[in-house]
Design a protein around this ligand. Sequence first.
Ligand code: ATP
Ligand code: MG
Length: 206
Amino acid sequence: MRGKLIVCDGSNGAGKSTVLEHIKDHLNSKNIEFISTREPGGTEVGEKIREILLDKSYSNMCSTTELMLFAAARAQHIHEKILPALEKGIHVISDRFESATVSFQQYGRGLPSQIVDQLNDLALGDFRPDMTIVLDLDPVVGLERVRSRGEGLDRMEEVDIEFLERARQGYLEQAKSYPERFTVIDATQSLENVVEEALATIDKQI
Ligand SMILES: Nc1ncnc2c1ncn2[C@@H]1O[C@H](COP(=O)(O)OP(=O)(O)OP(=O)(O)O)[C@@H](O)[C@H]1O
Ligand SMILES: [Mg+2]
C-alpha cells in the first residue's frame, strides 16, 4: 500500500514543530513506518536553498525569486525523497509544504494565483498531500511565541503583521476550498488539546 503525505502547516510560531514531535512519538508507539521532513529543505539541495531563503542579509530578495526558490526546493524534495518513500509504503510527515507557498507568496506577497499554481504544479505535477493540518493562530501571538523561544527571527519572520495576517487568511481560504484534504486546528488552545486534535486527524489518515 502506498504511504501518505501528512503536512503540518500554519502561521509562524503556531506550534508546528512541537506538534510534529508528538505526532512522531505517536506513530513510533504504533510501530508505523514513516519519515519526517521539512520545507523549505528536506534534501541536501533543498537545505542549501533554505539557507538562502531564511538568510536575513538577503532583505532585497524579490517575491518572484523567493517563489521560484521555494518551488525549486520542493521539486527536489518530492522527486528525491517523498515519492520514493510513499512508493515503498512509508508515510511522510512534513513541517510545511505547498500550502505555505500559496499562503505566503500568493496571499502574503500578492503574487498571482495562476503563477503560484503553475510553480506548485511544475514541482509536484498533480500530486498533493493527503492531509494538511493547519494550526491557526493570530500572527501576533505566533511571533510572541517565536520570540519567547529565544532564537531570533529569520528572513521570513521579519515581516510586517499585515503580511502575516494575509498569509493566515490564505491558509483558511485553502482549507475552505479543499475541506477533504485540510483540517484547521485552533492553535490558541492548550498544547494538550492541539495535540489531541492533531492525533485524531492522523489516526483517520493512517
Ligand atoms: N498550544 C500552545 N500553547 C502555548 N505555547 C505553545 C503551543 N504550541 C507551541 N507552543 C510554544 O510556542 C513556541 C513555538 O512553537 P513551535 O516552535 O513548535 O512553532 P512553529 O510553528 O514550529 O514555529 P516556526 O514557524 O518558527 O517553525 C514554542 O516555544 C512552543 O513550546
Ligand atoms: Mg518550526
